[in-house]
Ligand binder design. Structure first.
Ligand SMILES: Cc1cc2nc3c(=O)[nH]c(=O)nc-3n(C[C@H](O)[C@H](O)[C@H](O)COP(=O)(O)OP(=O)(O)OC[C@H]3O[C@@H](n4cnc5c(N)ncnc54)[C@H](O)[C@@H]3O)c2cc1C
Ligand code: FES
Length: 285
């Protein structure tokens, strides 16, 4: 089967009219996803940020603490946005600990998106490691939706241990909508029904060669998965990864997020593996 995936270069960044002004959002619910990780749903208290495409991020301001980039992991019809945040430092823990009614500031959305709209058929694989599932969640939702033009969708989700597998209700929904879903962990419990081992190995065991792949997780995982997909015969420009670097402005002004010729807040975070594989390999040494 040859699918015309209409692949494009990284999507152009959409810079809002008032790019540095955070808009207030109030927490409407918070769901504990695992140790240190919470999905916070927020609603705008006035005007909200522009429409978010799968894979884009917002700069999230914890009042009086600081501002960090967070991927938008869900979008509701009522303007609600989901932010899945792991507490690793001052700002992320302030967001994770917000009570219902607590207020954060959001600006964005920033960056490129997974090329979901370019799918016109074929087999799409999604490989997620750890919190890397957060920026992929909207893309998977779009790929398994009844109106999706993907012929087949395979999703491999990896986590350190079963308690760290995020979005369990979504996994059941994706399965019900016809996706092939594999969960894999580094350290299994005795009752774990899924696979054990890396995301790359679990995907290789499926014996599939996708036409398009979205990969997100720790950088070593993306490098290993991207390399394995290309070695198996995939066109490197059909493998997409999402790269994280420290970010400050989010609008290509400060240079904090530079990787080689790219400013990842503008040219990424979602980029074709073909354009960054060498840079990732150098950094990993
Ligand atoms: C485009 C993008 C999307 C992101 N999406 C999410 C998300 O959906 N959910 C989420 O929990 N986190 C996400 N992150 C990472 C998040 O921004 C950082 O964890 C956060 O900046 C940490 O800030 P802090 O003040 O809590 O901790 P800090 O004290 O600033 O940092 C704590 C530790 O995390 C490390 N760190 C900080 N920023 C990064 C980074 N960008 N990459 C790798 N390590 C980092 C620091 O070196 C330090 O070791 C994203 C980052 C980017 C660039
Ligand atoms: S975060 Fe400032 S240039 Fe990218």
């Amino acid at each position: 089967m040859s699918a015309d995936l209409g692949l494009r270069t990284p999507a152009e960044a959409v810079i809002p009219a008032e790019p540095m002004t955070p808009l207030p959002y109030a927490v409407v619910s918070a769901m504990v996803e695992g140790p240190d990780t919470v999905t916070v749903d927020v609603m705008p208290t006035g005007p909200g940020i522009a429409a978010v495409r799968p894979g884009q991020f917002a700069m999230v301001l914890a009042l009086g603490v600081g501002e960090i980039p967070i991927s938008v992991s869900g979008v509701g019809p009522d303007g609600r946005l989901s932010l899945t945040v792991r507490s690793v430092g001052a700002v992320s823990s302030a967001i994770v600990n917000l009570a219902e009614g607590g207020v954060v500031g959001l600006r964005g959305p920033y960056g490129s998106a997974w090329p979901v709209d370019a799918v016109t058929g074929g087999h799409v694989a999604v490989l997620a490691g750890g919190l890397g599932i957060a920026p992929l969640r909207l893309a998977i939702d779009a790929l398994v939706a009844p109106e999706s033009r993907a012929d087949r969708v395979a999703v491999v989700v990896g986590a350190r241990e079963p308690s760290q597998v995020l979005y369990r209700p979504d996994v059941d929904r994706w399965l019900a909508l016809g996706a092939r879903v594999v969960l894999t962990v580094d350290h299994a419990t005795r009752t774990w029904p899924g696979s054990v081992g890396t995301v790359t190995a679990a995907f290789q065991r499926l014996g599939e060669l996708p036409d398009l792949a979205f990969v997100c997780g720790p950088e070593a995982m993306m490098l290993s998965a991207g390399t394995a997909l290309v070695d198996a015969g995939m066109d490197p420009s059909a493998v997409w990864v999402s790269l994280e670097r420290n970010m400050h402005c989010g609008i290509a002004h400060c240079g904090r997020c530079q990787l080689g010729p790219y400013l990842l807040c503008r040219d990424g975070a979602v980029v074709p593996f073909a354009g960054v594989a060498d840079l990732m390999a150098v950094r990993g040494r």
